[in-house]
Design a protein around this ligand. Structure first.
Ligand SMILES: C[S@@+](CC[C@H](N)C(=O)[O-])C[C@H]1O[C@@H](n2cnc3c(N)ncnc32)[C@H](O)[C@@H]1O
Length: 346
């Protein structure tokens, strides 16, 4: 994984600062219940075990409490059911004795307090902070409209762009304040989320491209009479992809909360199965089908909630076929921001 070096470094820094015998408390925010959920736990645990080996500190047992957080609707039972097979059974008895790991589910929104004051050493979050706590009020109450766009698209008015940005600012500042309360002094966070490469708006292209295609697919269903016009025009995603500058400025604005240790942006292909070089998509149909699956997994609950379940299969068939055409222009890349923060001492 592209962001493992940041995670490994944060774990190592936490271990350097822990007094012997103290347990380490870690939480993964927005853990989901998919194949990646337990990878984070494994990575943290193998970093700890390598650290104990390298520092020849085998006498020092290191107990780890790992909280897996997501919204209450997440399938926590699926995670618990796969713990033995995917995690506990892969570890030797000796490792379990030296560094036992206790895993617990933690349902709740990361935009609320979820853990006691000064109780956490490390927060990790991957592809979760892109989601806003809600659709900006100026849109959800109908004061402003966004046409058939479901996010920021080519025809989105500047006033609506501003609403999306302000919602992000409020959420991100709240997130930093809450996590600061929950972290121990010197505690760390490694946060990964989709962003955008350039500062300017509107931001069609980049991460917004896959959402513009979803708007087009929904519009097609309106023309087919499958979705009501007003249903589509009242649907907006609680989403915002910030630029590096926007993230940096918000962290610096509250610089009594966190020191910015590191921030960078890299690009990843929306189609995780396509590792070919260059910008040309070799098989647009299968690449579009792969991306449609990922987009569907992320957005399905919102679509069901607003449009109902009936349109799902048709929507994503249309989506994949529009996207396949769109991919002839080049790969759909997702700019990703990874930031490491350390709780300030003051
Ligand atoms: C794209 S998945 C990321 C899953 C995993 N972390 C990964 O990197 O593969 C985003 C997850 O964030 C969760 N999520 C969205 N808003 C959240 C919130 N306010 N609090 C906690 N989790 C949230 C979603 O339920 C979803 O499981």
């Amino acid at each position: 994984m592209e962001t493992w070096p940041e995670l490994q470094e944060a774990v190592t820094e936490v271990l350097n600062s822990l007094s012997p015998g103290s347990p380490m408390v870690t939480a993964d925010l927005g853990c989901s219940s998919g194949p990646n959920t337990l990878l984070v736990v494994s990575e943290v645990m193998s970093t700890i075990r390598a650290y104990l080996r390298e520092t020849a500190d085998n006498s020092r047992a290191m107990e780890v409490q790992f909280f897996l957080n997501d919204l209450p609707g997440n399938d926590f039972n699926l995670i618990f059911g796969s713990l033995d097979e995917q995690f506990h059974s892969l570890v030797t008895m000796e490792e379990k004795t030296v560094s036992p790991c206790y895993i617990a589910g933690l349902p709740g929104s990361m935009y609320t307090r979820i853990l006691p004051c000064q109780s956490v050493h490390l927060f990790h979050s991957s592809h979760c902070l892109i989601w806003r706590s809600k659709v900006p009020e100026g849109l959800s109450n109908g004061t402003h409209v966004n046409g058939y766009n479901i996010y920021i698209g080519k025809t989105t008015p500047q006033v609506v762009v501003k609403l999306f940005r302000e919602q992000f600012e409020k959420d991100f500042e709240l997130f930093l304040t809450l996590r600061n309360e929950e972290l121990v002094s010197g505690g760390r966070m490694v946060l990964t989320f989709a962003g955008r490469k350039r500062g300017e708006m509107p931001m069609h292209g980049g991460v917004a491209r896959v959402w513009e295609v979803l708007s087009e697919a929904l519009e097609y269903l309106v023309h087919r009479g499958r979705v009501e016009k007003k249903k589509l025009s009242s649907f907006n995603m609680p989403y915002y992809a910030p630029s590096l500058d926007e993230v940096t400025q918000l962290i610096k604005k509250q610089n009594d909360l966190f020191d910015l240790e590191d921030i960078r942006l890299f690009e990843s292909n929306w189609d995780a199965h396509d590792d070919s070089d260059g910008d040309v998509v070799l098989d647009c149909s299968s690449s579009a089908a792969n991306i449609a699956k990922i987009i569907r997994a992320g957005i399905e609950p919102l679509i069901i909630n607003h449009f109902g379940e009936d349109i799902l299969d048709e929507l994503f068939r249309v989506y994949a076929s529009i996207l396949a055409k769109n991919l002839e222009k080049g790969k759909a890349m997702c700019p990703v921001i990874v930031v490491t923060l350390k709780k300030s001492k003051n």
